[in-house]
Write a protein that binds this ligand. Sequence first.
Ligand SMILES: [Zn+2]
Length: 197
Amino acid sequence: MAEHHAPALDPHDPRLVEVNDLSDIFSELEGTAVADLLRWHNLPESRGSMPATTARARLLVSMCMDHRADLVIPNEFAYVLRSAGGTLRDSDFEVQYAIAVGGVTEIALLAHTDCGMVGVSGKRAKFVEGLVARGGCTADFANNEFDRFSTLYEQQDVVAFVIQECRRLEAMLPSLRAIPLLYRVADDKLLQIRTTP
Ligand SMILES: [Zn+2]
């Protein structure tokens, strides 16, 4: 079966805004945990203000399980949920728990460049071959599992996806601040996302 490749994210996508200086951080994020995440993660010179620990969680982060993405944050700063493609589709209770019991009021939803879930439904041959070789199952089982899950995890536009997830969460929990970001794997930087044209 032919494998197809989904288009890579355009590095000049007008929705993306880099953070190379404190003044680049969106003004509406002032005082938020996400603003601290952006400066500590992106700006090594501002890590002097990064405490060793924050003693309580200030943020919930949802991000892909991808092995190339890792955050520079203090100990105890954030609850972190990881999943294939960073979807929270089956994680409403985790989100609710982090807010209700964990005390957080903000969630950062991280898309990332070069995500394996973009075009995943075109990766059947590789999935079946790999699961048979390293999972030890039959090709029938691997094909059935691929049919069961691949379309659920399929993504095309990772930036549009996190914007839409933020809107869904804010509709469910109107006091929650949900902020979409992009993790750029090539240089491990976080980028802001404009949600209005
Ligand atoms: Zn991914």
